[in-house]
Write a protein that binds this ligand. Structure first.
Ligand SMILES: NC(=O)c1ccc[n+]([C@@H]2O[C@H](COP(=O)([O-])OP(=O)(O)OC[C@H]3O[C@@H](n4cnc5c(N)ncnc54)[C@H](OP(=O)(O)O)[C@@H]3O)[C@@H](O)[C@H]2O)c1
Length: 249
């Protein structure tokens, strides 16, 4: 049985690790888009780069005799999730989405919802002048016109232009600690935080640190997901879904 995991997330890697332990006879291919220069690699085979749209992915599923497809991509990777749904239907391959739930505000949070990075940028002038921008290096163009704000941009790889004119780049990748996030906000005198609603524990401490400091957080809403695709939130549940299928063969 051959499983294709569309990855690029911690959950995708955890799933591959669990499958290597719990179902060692399974052939697992992990697919990465190739955005990160030195990604953390999961066990199993790894392929890198796009498939060429839904048609390309469907052709890949057929050519490599894939028995099940797991969309474990990031909640903000909207295109590939729709491609996965179309390709799985075309190639008659069962599809499961492994998607972590979004964050939920708690008492004391001062969150402002934005429908997109552009909307987030529009909200900023009214909220602060020293921005901790944690939305990743893609999409910085949305903030490029803001010259009254200073940005601390945290990303795995260095961003390219267009980007905000006044920025400092912090190259780092999660998980992050609460102590570290508190210190970062304090040292850089941050007065507003921008985050995607990525969910998960690895990058959540910035939200706690912002709450403690009484700072507003602009939270970018998730893009839509394809309808009719079963979803699980945890790698363990995805393993069960896969092993149930092995048992049924
Ligand atoms: N967006 C984020 O905030 C974010 C954050 C952390 C990690 N990531 C990871 O980074 C990758 C790219 O994200 P994105 O937002 O650029 O995605 P996207 O907008 O949904 O996808 C754009 C194109 O990139 C290719 N692609 C995306 N994920 C792929 C994968 N796992 N394997 C092979 N090709 C893939 C596909 O190209 P073709 O059409 O040619 O197949 C897709 O059409 C994803 O794997 C995602 O899990 C994204």
């Amino acid at each position: 049985m051959h499983i294709l995991i569309l990855g690029g997330t911690t959950e995708a890697r955890r799933l591959a690790e669990r499958l290597a332990e719990q179902a060692p006879g399974l052939r697992v291919t992990n697919s990465l888009a190739g955005r990160v220069a030195a990604p953390r690699l999961p066990p199993g085979e790894v392929r890198v780069g796009g498939f060429g749209g839904a048609e390309g992915l469907a052709a890949w599923l057929r050519a490599h005799a894939v028995d099940a497809l797991i969309d474990a991509t990031h909640p903000f990777a909207g295109t590939i999730s729709f491609n996965a749904a179309r390709a799985a239907a075309d190639a008659h391959v069962p599809l499961l989405a492994l998607r972590r739930p979004g964050w939920v505000p708690v008492a004391g949070d001062d969150w402002r919802e934005a429908g997109s990075l552009t909307e987030a940028a529009e909200l900023l002038p009214a909220l602060g002048s020293r921005v901790f921008l944690t939305t990743g290096r893609m999409g910085l163009a949305a903030f490029a016109a803001l010259d009254a704000q200073w940005f601390l941009v945290r990303s795995v790889d260095a961003p390219e232009a267009p980007h905000p004119p006044r920025m400092e780049v912090l190259l780092d990748r999660g998980p992050f600690t609460l102590e570290g996030e508190r210190e970062l906000l304090r040292r850089h005198r941050v007065d507003v935080v921008v985050s995607k609603d990525s969910g998960g524990a690895a990058t959540a401490p910035k939200l706690t640190a912002a709450r403690e400091a009484g700072l507003p957080v602009v939270v970018v809403r998730r893009p839509p997901v394809p309808e009719g695709v079963p979803v699980v939130a945890e790698p363990a549940a995805a393993v069960r879904w896969i092993t149930d299928r092995i048992g049924g063969r």
